[in-house]
Design a protein around this ligand. Structure first.
Ligand code: NAD
Length: 321
């Protein structure tokens, strides 16, 4: 048996999901189908709903996922290896994510308050919006070392960004490396300078392939990525499947020791001249959450936009304190 298998056998892959709404239930379903966890407890103020969701997920064919899924309470968190928070309301058509702060700051504070009694130090992923603000709230209230609490941040935006580029280039998404950084919201920043196709800078690739590549094309893609969440909400009132697969990816890193790099949100400590704000930058992820923020060779304009995005979040956060 190799070390990886030994490790997987020895850890209890138990996950708590707080908030069993569309997002929480979709995450539980995705984790189950992919066999990423072994045990999932759903916690929600609407206990009946959490029981119903747990039953529905649990009743699938066993070999399509053999998780134990059940409704529980905060005392079930004491031996969890990962806690995922998706309690709180989602955006309505026409709202920004920041419009959710007033109601969701109180909800996430309440969740952390309840969790504290039983919490034993595992990573906590914040999914609720406004993601960067709520990640900072949870980080401050839980008082853990930097990176143990982190938000999904721009992971979904990065995934949408890379999908749009793949579609434009008519190429498989697997060969693309690219990130969106900054606020998970209106002040997000696609990092054009680091975007590559199988390691080749995208402008060189496009030149080689005779594909048009200029600022207008980049602008069109940026706008499309920015509006994707709102477009889905205007069509079906919710977004939940996309974020569920993103959280699955993060859960796999934490539970199954798959060190990775993703653009997620956690409080910066002077990187890019920013501190005291939770914001997305490419981060090294491991079993304990965010282990390091990568300081990449961004252009002057990208750094300036990141700093502006952080300043706007700081001013917004301070207006609630
Ligand atoms: P939903 O309304 O379907 O579910 C929210 C759930 O939270 C409800 O079941 C509710 O009973 C529960 N809840 C409320 N207060 C609670 C509390 N104090 N303790 C425990 N549970 C509580 O909403 P949803 O569509 O599942 O969205 C959940 C959150 O996820 C929203 O804030 C939404 O904006 C966010 N979201 C984030 C992303 C992302 O990219 N990070 C993507 C989609 C949605």
């Amino acid at each position: 048996m190799n070390l990886q298998n030994n490790y997987l056998q020895n850890i209890k892959r138990k996950v708590a999901i707080v908030g069993a709404g569309f997002v929480g239930a979709s995450i539980a379903y995705a984790l189950s189908v992919r066999n990423i966890s072994r045990e999932i407890v759903l916690i929600d103020t609407n206990y009946e709903k959490s029981i119903g969701e747990a039953m529905d997920i649990q009743h699938g064919i066993p070999y399509m996922g053999n998780n134990r899924v059940y409704a529980g309470g905060y005392s079930d968190c004491s031996d969890c290896r990962l806690i995922i928070i998706c309690a709180g309301r989602g955006r309505k058509s026409g709202e920004t994510r920041l419009d959710l702060a007033e109601s969701n700051i109180g909800i996430v504070s309440n969740v952390i308050e309840n969790l504290k009694r039983y919490y034993s130090g595992c990573p906590v992923i914040i999914v609720s919006n406004p993601n960067d603000i709520l990640t900072l709230v949870a980080d401050k209230e839980l008082g853990m070392p930097n990176g143990v609490v982190f938000g999904t941040g721009c992971l979904l935006d990065s995934s949408r960004f890379v999908s749009c580029i793949a579609e434009y280039l008519s190429i498989d998404i697997d060969v693309l490396q690219g990130f969106v950084i900054g606020e998970h919201g209106d002040n997000q920043i696609p990092v054009w300078s680091r975007l590559s196709v199988a390691g080749e800078p995208i402008d060189e690739y496009c030149k080689n392939m005779g594909i048009a590549w200029n600022e207008d094309i980049q602008d069109g893609i940026s706008k499309k990525v920015l509006k994707m969440g709102a477009e889905i909400i205007s069509r079906k009132e919710k977004t939940h499947y996309g974020i569920a697969t993103c959280v699955c990816y993060l859960a796999d890193v934490v539970l199954n020791k798959r060190q990775s790099i993703a653009s997620v949100s956690s409080p910066l400590q002077g990187e890019y001249g920013i501190s005291g704000v939770s914001i997305s930058v490419p981060s090294v992820l491991g079993v304990n959450g965010v282990e390091k923020h990568l300081v990449e060779n961004l252009t002057h304009t990208e750094i300036k936009r990141l700093q502006d995005s952080a300043n706007k979040l700081r001013i917004f956060f301070n207006s609630f304190n």
